[in-house]
Design a protein around this ligand. Structure first.
Ligand code: GKR
Ligand code: MG
Length: 416
């Protein structure tokens, strides 16, 4: 049994390219941060994990790295409990502790799968689908990151999208390149009527294809109700229009379409009040903070019990995360909507060896190799780590970056 003990957790912060995507906090910076985990067992087996970056998350992963040494990789409940206990004195939020325990659970499952020669989806009870559907994640965006402090402008091959025509063009490109069959627009950027017009333009350009809009709480309850009325019959769901369980519950009373969230129900203790108040009808799960892949499957069962539909949230991410999202998405019977993914925006810099994960026909086929089924590209990991070190960037700051170009910009939630 000793060969299944954890010898070491290698924690590597990285930075990779990100286009100038707009949201209700500002604009994405040229680099996004993630942390790559290599969980090394006594027998040399390595399990991979991927977590969002930033100094706080990095420090917590270092605490976790000290905690897990000597533990059995199959003992994931005890591993999570030990990390949780180690973080508790300094990290009061269970949601925040969840980011750390989740990343390590995925690395444990990857290692377990490699030891057993079975894909992670088998460890989750087997697949109910061979491929997991994803939605095109549309963003208002600038044509380029403008030149700044001697750095030249950074362009990309997506172009600008600042009005309904630009959004439809971006959706066409997404469909052409990846075959997506449903679309999500990140809103909260322009006045609501402009975003309503963009959704209507998408509905006209892609008749019958599911659409959703997510302003990340940029609207008041009244504005949210107005948008919901205007888009009656057009949206499959409206995501996080207003802030908090109470705000969402107010909107839900009059909303003709289901409301979804990845903002007001982000920890287990939020489920009871949200269900009691009928604040949401769709939960966007995310294995990166709900406790990992097994807990995500349990969450799906809770949603089923309370009649909540299930979808999946995403942040800027790379292939280890996509593989994990795909395995769990394939193992959940009640995945009711296509999952979100930022992958098309970031995949050019991926840290995994190409060939296994492919977004085609709007789906990703479940990897069949042992564990997550993906392999780390060590040279690329070194490059991205150097980029992290040299960039000096240690956290995400969409608002601060926006102010470099629009000094009067204010983060206002709600804004309208
Ligand atoms: O990348 O700008 C973004 C998104 O707004 C992201 O930060 C959110 O976490 O995609 C996410 C969402 O659905 O709210
Ligand atoms: Mg969202």
């Amino acid at each position: 049994m000793s060969s299944t003990r954890i010898r070491e957790l290698i924690v590597t912060p990285i930075a990779f390219g990100d286009p100038p995507l707009l949201n209700s906090n500002g604009v994405h910076e040229p680099l996004a941060l993630r942390i790559i985990l290599q969980l090394v067992l006594e027998d040399g087996t390595v399990g991979l994990g991927e977590s969002p970056g930033g100094t706080a998350r990095l420090e917590r992963l270092h605490i976790a790295a000290r905690t897990v040494v000597g533990m059995d990789v199959f003992d994931t409940t005890a591993v999570a409990a030990a990390i949780d206990a180690a973080l508790l004195p300094t990290v009061p939020s269970s949601h925040e502790r969840g980011w750390t325990t989740s990343a390590i659970e995925v690395a444990c499952l990857d290692a377990q799968g490699k030891l057993l020669g079975r894909p992670v989806s088998d460890l989750l009870g087997g697949t109910v689908r061979d491929a997991v559907p994803f939605a095109a994640y549309l963003f208002y965006k600038w044509a380029e990151h403008p030149a700044l402090d001697g750095r030249p402008a950074i362009t990309d091959d997506w172009g600008a999208a600042l009005d309904p025509a630009g959004i439809v063009e971006q959706a066409r490109l997404m469909q052409e390149r990846y075959g997506f069959k449903s679309f999500k627009l990140k809103g909260g950027v322009f006045p609501p009527d402009e975003e309503i017009a963009a959704i209507r333009a998408l509905a006209e350009a892609f008749p019958g294809q599911p659409l959703r809009l997510d302003p990340n709480t940029a609207w008041t309850v009244e504005t949210s109700k107005y948008v919901a009325r205007e888009l009656d019959g057009v949206l499959e769901y409206l995501e996080d229009p207003a802030k908090g369980i109470e705000g969402m519950a107010e909107v839900a009373k009059d909303s003709p379409m289901p409301l979804a969230t990845n903002m007001c129900v982000i920890a287990w203790e939020h489920l009871k009040p949200a269900v009691e108040q009928n604040a949401i009808q769709v939960l966007l799960t995310d294995h990166h903070y709900w406790g990992g892949l097994r807990r995500t499957r349990e969450l799906a069962a809770v949603c089923e019990a309370f009649g909540l539909a299930l979808s999946m949230h995403s942040n800027s991410h790379l292939g280890i995360s996509l593989a994990a999202m795909t395995h769990v998405g394939a193992a959940i019977p009640n995945l009711d909507h296509s999952c979100d993914t930022h992958y098309p925006w970031n995949s050019a810099d991926d840290v995994i060896v190409p060939g296994v994960l492919e977004l085609r026909d709007g789906e990703v086929k479940v990897p069949t190799g042992p564990g997550l089924g993906v392999e780390l590209d060590h040279d690329q990991l070194d490059r991205l780590h150097r980029r992290y070190v040299e960039s000096g960037m240690r956290g995400r700051d969409d608002t601060g970056y926006m102010r470099r170009f629009q000094p009067e910009y204010e983060r206002l939630l709600p804004r309208w």
